[in-house]
Design a protein around this ligand. Structure first.
Ligand SMILES: *[C@@H]1O[C@H](CO)[C@@H](O)[C@H](O)[C@H]1NC(C)=O
Ligand SMILES: *[C@@H]1O[C@H](CO)[C@@H](O)[C@H](O)[C@H]1NC(C)=O
Ligand SMILES: *[C@@H]1O[C@H](CO)[C@@H](O)[C@H](O)[C@H]1NC(C)=O
Length: 196
């Protein structure tokens, strides 16, 4: 029965989906997103906490942070060339559409590599009590409006040897396609498991 489900999808598409789903997380040894996580809200008009713990010896010295939604196309660039020595950032939100399917990705956007992503979390206009507490002594990035693939990164840290933005934008849209396909692959796999 589960074969029938898979046979609805052309094998080339399926292997593409599976390959994208399996590859991205191969890069980082350890990378936990501590905040935001499921059940918390980031709130518009407030400073919210983004924090993570990554492996010390993974050889990743800097990375980019992006945010997107599962259901809507578009990417918000949060920070570019974040040094590995950092483990948190404050994110001030302005007029970001309220929804519960946001997630944050840690990537190398020049190479289209996804190191880690947060679980999906909510962005709301008003706090429901499950908000995050900003960290002290870390930079605050301001994000406003809906995700937009043509925006530049909100913050670029020093020490950058980045390429042109055109190249980066191309890479990011493929990352986004990859994330959507990953979500689709998860649905397909989930469906298969349910059928089994
Ligand atoms: C606040 O909102 C989040 C996201 O929608 C939800 O998961 C959480 O349970 C809510 N918390 C409370 C206390 O209502
Ligand atoms: C992306 O990876 C390249 C090659 O590994 C590295 O030189 C560059 O610093 C990385 N950039 C970021 C922002 O992670
Ligand atoms: C959040 O606020 C914005 C701007 O004031 C408004 O357009 C939007 O409808 C609000 N969303 C919700 C879910 O209340």
């Amino acid at each position: 029965m589960h074969f029938r489900l898979f046979s609805l999808i052309p094998p080339s598409v399926l292997s593409f989906l599976l390959a994208w789903y399996l590859i991205p997380f191969a890069k980082a040894d350890y990378w936990a997103v501590n905040s935001p996580t499921t059940g918390v809200e980031w709130v518009n008009g407030q400073t919210n906490l983004l924090s993570w713990t990554k492996g010390l010896l993974d050889g990743i010295d800097e990375f980019d942070v992006e945010m997107q939604r599962l259901s809507v196309a578009g990417l918000t660039y949060i920070a570019h060339n974040v040094p590995a020595s950092m483990s948190s950032l404050n994110v001030y939100l302005q007029n970001v559409p309220a929804a519960d399917d946001y997630y944050v990705m840690f990537v190398n956007s020049s190479h289209g590599i996804l190191y880690a992503s947060s679980p999906s979390f909510a962005i709301a206009n008003t706090s429901n009590g499950s908000t995050t507490t900003p960290a002290s002594g870390v930079p605050t990035v301001t994000i406003s409006g809906a995700p937009n693939p043509t925006d530049l990164f909100a913050t670029t840290f020093a020490g950058s040897s980045s390429g042109g933005t055109g190249w980066r934008a191309v890479q990011d849209s493929s990352l986004q396609i990859m994330a959507v396909l990953s979500a689709m692959a998860m649905c397909v796999l989930g469906g298969v498991l349910t059928v089994l």
